[in-house]
Design a protein around this ligand. Structure first.
Ligand SMILES: [Zn+2]
Length: 109
């Protein structure tokens, strides 16, 4: 039986206490599961271990390690996006995808 994991919101609220590697691993896993193991950019389903976590606002631009700034992305999308603006990159790569865009916007706002 799969244990019930707290939501990403729960982890965000408890970020301050999240110091152990185990807690960090569970937190990252919870973000991927929150999106049902889909890459938020291309929309494809992946095995949980094949997904990376992308900083929506790149670290180089001050993006933080917060749930609200982390989304699951496949390696291709993560590398393709790089430190580009996510929305500009997504539209240039996949065209206008309103449902995916609003899903990401909801998560980061
Ligand atoms: Zn992808």
């Amino acid at each position: 039986m799969i244990p019930l994991l707290p939501s990403p919101q729960h982890y965000l609220q408890n970020l301050i206490t999240m110091t152990s590697p185990d807690a960090k691993r569970l937190w990252k896993r919870a973000i991927k599961e929150h999106f049902n193991c889909h890459c938020v950019y291309c929309g494809k389903h992946y095995e949980i271990n094949q997904l990376t976590l992308d900083h929506v606002k790149p670290k180089t631009y001050g993006g933080e390690d917060l749930t609200s700034n982390l989304v699951p992305a496949c390696q291709t999308c993560n590398q393709g996006k790089g430190s580009s603006n996510w929305l500009q990159w997504m539209r240039a790569t996949f065209g206008y995808r309103p449902r995916r865009e609003s899903m990401i916007l909801t998560h980061i706002s």
